[in-house]
Design a binder for this molecule. Structure first.
Ligand code: SF4
Length: 536
């Protein structure tokens, strides 16, 4: 049976409303009571399809969304639990998915998650065994459903997140390319990151259309207090963007508490109206932590003003400094009725390009099934496949070369070919194999802000070849931990690594990827590819 959220999102004319709840780090007391009360009041209000419950927000431990979610479900309010892949390895993730299925929790928002935060006795270890794309694919297999040959309905209705509020060309396209993969991996709906730029909100819908991502999308609105605005403005909430101009405005509004509250409610109602006008399937309300009354005010206000949504567009014109947009702004209008693609300009510098070109050439010669040396290399690999010979190969050749060029950690299941010949294990702190996380800022890594995000580097490397859209076209299976500390060269040649062993996973995780298959690309997507190939 479908959940209320699933029915409302897929089968009704209703403008879908969800409210995000944040359980605290206690198992009882005022915070828990407040969360339950908001859910009960949302149910009584009748306009909310589901509440969503965060999963250790900011990487910091809090009450499990599964437990309090079940209590809320028992009240009669539908629930979507946030499910990050940060804190558990795939064994723990599988177990949690079974638990959720058993508990009757149908809706899941699948996320990679912010980097790890503080736990008992210090900082938690970052697990990141699989990324959100792989998580989405895994969730559709729970209970054996949707494995090849079994067309039983999926246990879960899964959603994914996207951040259209990126400042650079690379990050912007990377977000949309990853969305292609998430859609193909089984996402049933999309929720945006928090932002206040109507042009970016429109960009997402246009890109979904261009890329053939026909998923219902909920836009996030957030009740801004000065405290929340400050945290977002200072970059403490990964992926959320508040410009200096908006931050100053919020601080000024809250000089008086009633005026600040009024302005914040109005901003939410107006942005919700804009999202509805643009064609969003619904809204996701965040920042309402004390009671449901604020959400109620937002919804009441929205009902009064929603038809005038075009009048509010100038209030959501917050471009980032030198911020990139996929579509050109040709008039003074905030959103465009006939958008044209912007020129692309980001490319890898010569040093990066040479590193890429050298590794690609080497890879094509020695690690491709099409290579003319393929059969001799396989033969040689069979000869070297003893513990003592493998150890000599690793120490004398593979380790020194790969450490120098890639910072190799000897995972034994090399994935550099999926990332512009950069290493997802040593160079991405979240070990993501299927696209950039939402936490990068101005092209820099969420975890190491002094380093460029490795996916941005990969985009620029491929962009120099006019091939950046390839980053949308391939589902990369999870790393095979059984190969840890062994020779990735032998594992490839002897068909032991993810490229051969896990290829069946890739088939059902990405087989419907409209962004992947050239023959199914829409005319507009083809024009994006064309633009890529025509770059100077
Ligand atoms: S390298 Fe990029 S994808 Fe990896 S954690 Fe940093 S920002 Fe996220």
């Amino acid at each position: 049976m479908n959940s209320t959220l699933q029915n409302d999102v897929l089968n009704s004319d209703r403008f879908v409303i969800t409210v995000e709840l944040v359980p605290g780090s206690t198992y009882m007391g005022a915070k828990v009571d407040t969360v339950l009360k908001i859910a009960a009041d949302a149910l009584a209000d009748g306009r909310v399809s589901a509440v969503t419950i965060t999963d250790n927000p900011g990487g910091n431990p809090s009450l499990s969304p599964d437990v309090i979610g079940r209590e809320i479900l028992d009240l009669g309010m539908d629930v979507a639990v946030h499910f990050t892949s940060r804190d558990m390895n795939r064994g723990g993730i599988e177990s949690r998915a079974l638990q959720l299925a058993r508990l009757g929790m149908k809706n899941i928002l699948a996320l990679t998650g912010d980097y790890s935060g503080q736990g008992f006795g210090g900082k938690s270890s970052p697990v990141f065994d699989i990324d959100s794309t792989i998580l989405l694919c895994f969730l559709k297999t729970v209970g054996g459903q949707q494995l090849p040959g079994n067309m039983a309905p999926a246990v879960f209705f899964t959603g994914c997140a996207v951040s259209p509020f990126k400042a650079t060309e690379a990050e912007t396209y990377l977000q949309y390319y990853k969305l292609c993969k998430k859609a193909a991996a089984g996402a049933g709906f999309i929720i945006t990151q928090v932002g206040f730029d109507a042009r970016k909100f429109q960009e997402l819908l246009l890109m979904q259309n261009d890329l053939g991502i026909k998923l219902p999308t909920l836009g996030s609105i957030f009740y801004l207090t000065p405290r929340a605005a400050k945290a977002m403005y200072s970059g403490k909430v990964p992926g959320v963007v508040i410009t200096h101009e908006l931050y100053e405005k919020v601080v000024d509004e809250w000089q008086s508490k009633p005026r600040g509250h009024e302005a914040s409610v109005n901003r939410c109602a107006k942005l919700a109206s804009v999202l509805r006008g643009l064609g969003y399937r619904g809204i996701h309300i965040g920042g309402v932590h004390r009671d449901f009354a604020t959400a109620q005010e937002i919804l009441d206000r929205m009902e009064q003003i929603q038809d005038n949504w075009r009048d509010f567009l100038p209030e959501f014109d917050y471009p980032q400094k030198n911020g990139f947009y996929v579509y050109r702004r040709e008039t003074a209008e905030v959103v465009s009725s006939a958008p044209h693609l912007n020129e692309l300009s980001e490319q890898a510098a010569l040093k990066e390009h040479l590193h890429y070109a050298f590794l690609k050439k080497t890879h094509d010669l020695f690690f491709s099934s099409d290579s003319r040396f393929s059969s001799s290399l396989k033969k040689l690999s069979r000869t070297l496949d003893t513990p003592s010979r493998e150890s000599i190969l690793l120490k004398c050749l593979e380790d020194p070369g790969k450490k120098l060029l890639l910072g190799c950690l000897r995972c034994g299941d090399c994935g550099i070919q999926h990332l512009g010949y950069l290493c997802p294990e040593s160079q991405c702190p979240k070990h993501i194999r299927n696209g950039q996380c939402g936490g990068s800022l101005q092209g820099m890594c969420e975890v190491h802000p002094d380093r460029q995000c490795v996916w941005v580097r990969a985009y620029k490397r491929l962009a120099r070849q006019g091939r950046s859209s390839e980053l949308a076209r391939e589902f990369v299976p999870p790393r095979m931990w059984e190969l840890n500390d062994s020779s990735s060269w032998l594992n490839f040649q002897l068909d032991r690594d993810h490229q051969s062993v896990s290829c069946s996973i890739a088939n059902y995780c990405g087989s419907q990827n409209r962004c992947v298959r050239q023959d199914e690309l829409t005319a507009k997507t083809a024009s994006i590819t064309l633009l890529n190939t025509r770059r100077p």
